[in-house]
Structure formats: structure tokens, C-alpha cells
Design a protein around this ligand. Structure first.
Ligand SMILES: [Zn+2]
Length: 316
């Protein structure tokens, strides 16, 4: 998938093999030097020029393919706030609400990141990803891991502090590798996950373990899930996957042998696909493949040489 960089967004990055991925587009200047001042966020909420992104259970108001931002006056008191950054001279704050205000601002619909990311500008997609990721961290890290006391947010929502032992806790991101494996005939290995009823085929993936390099994680995960060894591991690109807090690191690799054995628990079937076989099976509806916003889809399409046929999802 090729997405145009938003001309208003932060400086273009040098993207590796996969190009700029839907959830990896830069949006705002996060202003790390500004947010450490605990007076910064309250001052923004007294400035009518501040723009606020409302979030309700991971959904944001979207209208005509763009996020609808509101002013500080539209934010109920006591709402969880996080400073998201500066864009085009405007300061942007996240307000994470428990319930959607009725009516929604600006005729918007409350939509999820996965549903709309590909159609948003790079600026809005970056803002939405940042908002969902930091909101998930706060929701899942309310207590001190050392002593169990409730922690409170400081530094404009980017650190939590324990009032008992004064330990600081920083937002967490879990790295996970995902890998497109080919064989000597340039066939692609895809696995059917038990979670998805066994007919949705995807690239192999897994979390990086403590004390492990990314390259070692690729070799270990492929060994565990498919029973083969791979070589020529090559980094292909990354994107955040804040459901709830992953960072997906994409690789390509080449299999030493084709005698794959699914682990039987996470992966219940493995198949080597030619391009013709993959295209035919998607069109006939006998298999599903990942959605366009995922890095798995980008890895598969990079191998395939262009967009996969639609529709990719099977009816349940
Ligand atoms: Zn503590």
C-alpha cells in the first residue's frame, strides 16, 4: 500500500521496504520539552485556541474523512487529559471520556482507528494512533507495579507517579515481530490462526521476549509456530498497533526447508502460496487475509507485487 505523506505533517522519514504504513504516519510535534511542565496542560485548557480530540473507548468523532476536534469548553470537568502535541501552530489535547457526548460534535460519527485510518490524512492518522495508544496505557496502568497504590498522571499525561514510593512509570509499548517467509520458489508461507476459525491466513508474528534481539525473535517464533529455520532476515518496516499497546516490526526471511509443521495451538494450518493460488483462494472466498491497515497486509502485498483482490474478509 502506498499512502501519500501529508504535506502539513512533520518531516518525511526514510521508510524501508514497506513504505509509509497507514498507522505509521507522523502527525504532530509532540513537544516533549513542553509537556514536562505540569502547568502546561492546565494552561492549555484555559486557552480557547486549544483543539481537543475526544476519545470514547477507542473511538473518535470523524466527519468527511477527518477528525472533528472541539474547544476546551466542550470538555466535561474531571476528564482524563493528555497533551498530544502541536500542529500548524495549534496545541492539541486528548480528552478520554467514558461516555460519548450527545449529540456528537460536528455531525460526526464515532469511529474506530482500524476502520478509518487508511482514509485519514497522515496528520489525523498520526494523532488518532497517538491518542489511542496513550489512552490504552492509562486505562491499563492505574496502579503502581511495586506497591499496588493508585498512581496519578503527571507531565501532561506522559508519566504516572506513585504517591507512596515516588516511583515513576512511563508509557509502555510491546515490540512484536511479524515476518513474511518465502521459499526457494518464491512462494509465501501463511498461517491460519486458531483465533480466526482457521480460514484466515496471515504472516507469522509474535512478541519479542525479554533479553532477545528482534532477529532472534524472528527465528524463535518461526521455529515455534512452523517448525522450520529461516535465514536472510531483513527489516522491512514498522508501525504501532495500539490494540492495546504493540509495536509491529516487519521482516522478510527465507526458509531453509518447506516441511512446515503448525504448532497446533496458535497456528492450526500452514500453507505455501504462489501468487496465483493466493489470488484465486481470496476471490473464491475459501480463505480470508488481513485487512489493509495491518502490517501483515503490507508484507503480503509487497511480496504479491500490488494490491490483493477484494473482498479479503470472509463472511462468518
Ligand atoms: Zn508504589
Amino acid at each position: 500500500m502506498t499512502l501519500r505523506q501529508d504535506p502539513d505533517a512533520a518531516p518525511a522519514l526514510d521508510y524501508p521496504l514497506l513504505g509509509d504504513l497507514p498507522l505509521a504516519r507522523t502527525g504532530v510535534d509532540r513537544g516533549c520539552e513542553r509537556r514536562i511542565d505540569d502547568a502546561w496542560l492546565p494552561s492549555l485548557m484555559h486557552d480557547d485556541g486549544t483543539r481537543v480530540l475526544l476519545l470514547v473507548k477507542g473511538r473518535a468523532p470523524v466527519h468527511d474523512g477527518a477528525l472533528v476536534l472541539v474547544g476546551p469548553a466542550d470538555v466535561p470537568s474531571g476528564t482524563r487529559l493528555v497533551y498530544l502535541g502541536r500542529s500548524s501552530g495549534q496545541e492539541i489535547v486528548l480528552a478520554d471520556l467514558d461516555e460519548a457526548p450527545d449529540p456528537a460534535p460536528g455531525d460526526a460519527d464515532w469511529l474506530g482507528l482500524r476502520d478509518v485510518a487508511a482514509g485519514l490524512s497522515g496528520h489525523d492518522a498520526g494523532l488518532f494512533v497517538e491518542a489511542v495508544a496513550i489512552a490504552n496505557w492509562h486505562a491499563n496502568h492505574t496502579h503502581c507495579p511495586r506497591c499496588g497504590s493508585p498512581t496519578r498522571a503527571v507531565q501532561s499525561g506522559w508519566v504516572r507517579v506513585c504517591p507512596q514510593d515516588e516511583s515513576q512509570h512511563f508509557p509502555r509499548t510491546d515490540p512484536a515481530i511479524i515476518v513474511a517467509i518465502t521459499d526457494a520458489e518464491d512462494r509465501l508461507l501463511l498461517g491460519a490462526n486458531a483465533q480466526w476459525g482457521g480460514r484466515r491466513y496471515s504472516t507469522l508474528a509474535g512478541f519479542v521476549e525479554p533479553g532477545e534481539s528482534l532477529e532472534e525473535a524472528v527465528v524463535r517464533e518461526v521455529g515455534e509456530e512452523a517448525g522450520i529455520r529461516v535465514h536472510s532476515t531483513r527489516y522491512a518496516g514498522s508501525q504501532p498497533w495500539p490494540f492495546p499497546c504493540s509495536l509491529m516490526l516487519g521482516f522478510t526471511a527465507v526458509a531453509e526447508s518447506t516441511a512446515v509443521v503448525p504448532d497446533g495451538e496458535e497456528i492450526i494450518d500452514l500453507r505455501w502460496f504462489t501468487r496465483e493460488e493466493l489470488s484465486r483462494d481470496i476471490l473464491e472466498g475459501t480463505i480470508g487475509v488481513p485487512s489493509g491497515v495491518s502490517i501483515s497486509s503490507a508484507l503480503i502485498e509487497h511480496w504479491y507485487g500490488g494490491p490483493l483482490p477484494e473482498p479479503r474478509q470472509m463472511e462468518n
